[in-house]
Every structure is written in structure tokens, then in C-alpha cells.
Design a protein around this ligand. Structure first.
Ligand SMILES: NC(=O)c1ccc[n+]([C@@H]2O[C@H](COP(=O)([O-])OP(=O)(O)OC[C@H]3O[C@@H](n4cnc5c(N)ncnc54)[C@H](O)[C@@H]3O)[C@@H](O)[C@H]2O)c1
Ligand SMILES: [Zn+2]
Length: 381
């Protein structure tokens, strides 16, 4: 083509979404009316209302499925619960992805559908990924029911599934238009899952030093499910995540601090075949990664000790249990997506003396990782 016949076009795709996050005890009561309002706007634009499809797991369906359906129907919304999927990390799979997408297709759900992801991080990641891709993308909302999902996974738009046990290998960024965080839902959560959520909460504490102190002061109230304290701390974590995602939506810069503890954490989580929960593995990862941080002068020994003490008080492991194969942990970090050449670790600056908040990335080789893992093996229940 001669230059004078060449043409150039630009698509202006800067229309942005503004996901909304509501945090508060009993906030779910306000959800149907909020959605009704949003539906009216949608109906004016598209001439059609929404059908809502709840994606959830077997446990959460039994606890909250019917109640949510009743609330929605009382507000005149058209809603149904899809057949619940099996609980656990195993459901972040191609099979479950196909199962949910097929249920939508069999139920003749059109593009005028809103998926309601009701559950923990597994459901949020899976349902969000289905929503991102079903009929090239339909709307969804998040109703996180675990502490971990309330402070972390339901916000920020990372959705995806695992392949061949490699975590989050298939995924995308796709934001729910709204997230409803109701700490009252945590009353039925097993204590082990509360502790798992505390793993991620302590991670936020390592990022924000005032929050670290607040968690230290209020740990007993948090473990006792004091709803006021939980609501406050959850909102603090959400505020940190919102700020980081706002500044770095695609995770190339400041948002990466949220990966603290995750390189080793994911390695341990996978090597345990998911017997060790995500938050628990992240706690182990943070305690070990800071040993490298101390060696590199990024953390002081005292700061690392404060992190370990808080982690122990939260009833979380700080070392790798003896039954975990360290070589498997190392092998797992090889396919960690965050890896470029060496094994990349992301560390916030220490939790105490320095008031500097921010993070640094370091790379270690396999031998350094092996040494630090061998230093941190313990028989613990
Ligand atoms: N997308 C992200 O940004 C992001 C961030 C952090 C973690 N994650 C992912 O989140 C997943 C872990 O999520 P999780 O810890 O919530 O685990 P999960 O979703 O497996 O839930 C844990 C267990 O709690 C049960 N449960 C959930 N809510 C309950 C309630 N209110 N009462 C009683 N039982 C309840 C579930 O049935 C399940 O058995 C991992 O796959 C992790 O990779 C994603
Ligand atoms: Zn995490």
C-alpha cells in the first residue's frame, strides 16, 4: 500500500469503571436495594434488566444461599443459585470453570447477567474468571465470606484458575462493579480460616506500620470475632489495597508489595498439596523472606522478631513443617509467575524503627533459597 493510502485509527478506550466497595456489619441488607438502583440504570441503557446467578461452594450455599436469594427476591430481583461447586483450592480448575460456564449456558443466561460470587477466595477467583470470559464478559459482584477474601482477594480484579497445580496460571484482571464486605458472615467461619485471613492482615501490617500496631493491640478481639474491631481492621486493609490498586492496577509497581511472603508462600502452599491454607502459607513465607531481608539490611533483626511474635500470637506457623519437601518448594518457585531470572522476593521495609513505607524487590538464587529454607524447618502443629 502506498503511504498516501495508509490510514490510521485510534480507539479511545479510556472509559473506566469505578468499582465500589462497601464494608460494614450487616451491609448485605443494603445490597439488594443498591443493585436494584444499578439495574434501573442498566435497564435504561439496554432496555433489559438483569438475571443474577449466585456462584458458590457447597458449604457457603448451605449457610447463606437461601437467605441471599430471599433478600434479592424481596427486592424484586431475578435470582437463582447455580448448583454449588465442591469447596477447596481443587475447584480453581479448568473442570470447575467449565462446570460453571456450562451451568450458565444451560440456564440460558445471556449477556444481561450478573454473577454473584458468594464465597471465599476460591469462589471469587473462579466466578470472576467465568464472568470475565462467559459470552466475552458479563458483570459480577463479590460477596466475600472468608476473612482472607474480605481483606484481599475480592478487591483488585485479579481472577483466575490453576493449571496442573500451578496457582493462578490462567487469569486476567476483571473487576466486580461492587464488593460487599460484611464481617457478620465470618461468624460461621472455622477458626483455622480466621487465622488464615490474619496471615494476609499481618501482611498489610508489614506495609502500614500503624496498622501493625493496631493488630498487635487488638489481636485477641480479632480472634474472638469482635465485629467492631474486625470491621475496623478489615476496612483498614481494604483502604491500603484500594490505594495500591488505584496507583498500579496491573501490578507492575507499587502493588507488588502485596506479594510479600507469596513467593515462598505459594511454594509451600503447593508443596503441601493445599493442606496448608493460603494465608497460613503466606505467614510462613513472610517470616522466612524477612530472614533474607535482615541479611540484606532491609529489615532489622528486631523488626523481624516483632513480625514473628505477632504471627505466633495469631496461631500461625512461622516455619516450614518437616513433612514438606523443600526441593518441591524450590521447584515451585521456578514456575512462580513473578519470577524473571533469579527467584524474586518482594519485601516491604521493616515494621518498626523505620517509618519509611514502600517496598523493594530482591532476587536470590536457588542455593540461597535452599539455605534459608533449611534454617526454617520446624515440627509444629
Ligand atoms: N484474587 C486475589 O487477589 C487473591 C488474593 C489472595 C488470595 N487469593 C486466592 O484465594 C484463595 C483462598 O481463599 P480462601 O482462603 O478464602 O479459601 P476458600 O475460598 O477455599 O475458603 C475456605 C473455606 O471456608 C469455607 N467458607 C467460606 N466462607 C465461609 C463462611 N462464612 N462460613 C463457613 N465456612 C466458610 C469454604 O467453603 C472453604 O471450605 C486461594 O486460591 C488464593 O490464591 C486470591
Ligand atoms: Zn495472598
Amino acid at each position: 500500500m502506498s503511504p498516501d493510502k495508509e490510514r490510521h485509527f485510534e480507539l479511545d478506550l479510556t472509559k473506566t469503571q469505578t468499582p465500589e466497595i462497601f464494608v460494614g456489619a450487616n451491609i448485605l441488607e443494603q445490597m439488594p436495594d443498591y443493585l436494584k438502583g444499578r439495574e434501573e440504570i442498566y435497564r435504561n441503557l439496554h432496555g433489559k434488566g438483569w438475571r443474577f446467578a449466585i456462584v458458590t461452594d457447597e458449604t457457603v450455599a448451605g449457610l447463606y444461599g437461601e437467605d441471599l436469594v430471599e433478600r434479592f427476591r424481596a427486592s424484586g430481583l431475578n435470582i437463582a443459585v447455580l448448583p454449588p461447586i465442591k469447596e477447596g483450592e481443587g475447584s480453581k480448575s479448568i473442570q470447575s470453570y467449565e462446570e460453571v460456564a456450562s451451568q450458565l449456558e444451560e440456564g440460558e443466561y445471556t449477556r444481561h447477567t450478573v454473577v454473584v460470587a458468594l464465597g471465599g477466595g476460591v469462589i471469587g477467583d473462579l466466578a470472576g474468571f467465568v464472568a470475565a470470559t462467559y459470552r466475552r464478559g458479563i458483570a459480577y459482584v463479590q460477596v466475600p465470606t472468608t476473612l482472607l477474601a474480605q481483606v484481599d482477594s475480592s478487591i483488585g480484579g485479579k481472577v483466575g484458575i490453576d493449571i496442573r497445580f500451578v496457582k493462578n496460571m490462567l487469569g486476567t484482571f476483571y473487576h466486580p462493579f461492587a464488593t460487599f464486605v460484611d464481617p457478620q458472615l465470618l461468624r460461621t467461619l472455622p477458626e483455622s480460616e480466621i487465622r488464615s485471613g490474619l496471615g494476609e492482615i499481618i501482611k498489610y501490617g508489614a506495609i502500614d506500620h500503624e496498622l501493625f500496631e493496631k493488630i498487635n493491640r487488638n489481636l485477641d478481639a480479632l480472634l474472638a470475632l469482635n465485629i467492631d474491631k474486625l470491621s475496623e481492621v478489615i476496612a483498614d486493609c481494604v483502604a491500603i489495597k484500594v490505594e495500591l490498586v488505584q496507583e498500579d492496577p496491573e501490578d507492575f509497581g507499587v502493588r507488588q508489595v502485596l506479594n510479600f511472603g507469596h513467593t515462598i508462600g505459594h511454594g509451600v502452599e503447593e508443596a503441601s498439596s493445599y493442606e496448608i491454607s493460603h494465608g497460613e502459607a503466606v505467614a510462613i513465607g513472610m517470616c522466612i523472606e524477612t530472614q533474607i531481608g535482615v541479611a540484606m539490611g532491609i529489615w532489622t533483626q528486631q523488626e523481624r522478631q516483632s513480625l514473628i511474635s505477632l504471627t505466633e500470637r495469631a496461631g500461625l506457623r512461622t516455619k516450614v513443617p518437616t513433612n514438606i519437601d523443600l526441593e518441591q518448594v524450590i521447584a515451585n518457585t521456578r514456575h512462580d509467575k513473578k519470577r524473571v531470572s533469579g527467584i524474586k522476593l518482594v519485601l516491604p521495609f521493616g515494621v518498626e524503627s523505620s517509618k519509611v513505607e514502600g517496598h523493594t524487590s530482591i532476587e536470590v538464587c536457588e542455593d540461597e533459597l535452599r539455605n534459608v529454607l533449611e534454617d526454617n524447618v520446624a515440627k509444629q502443629e
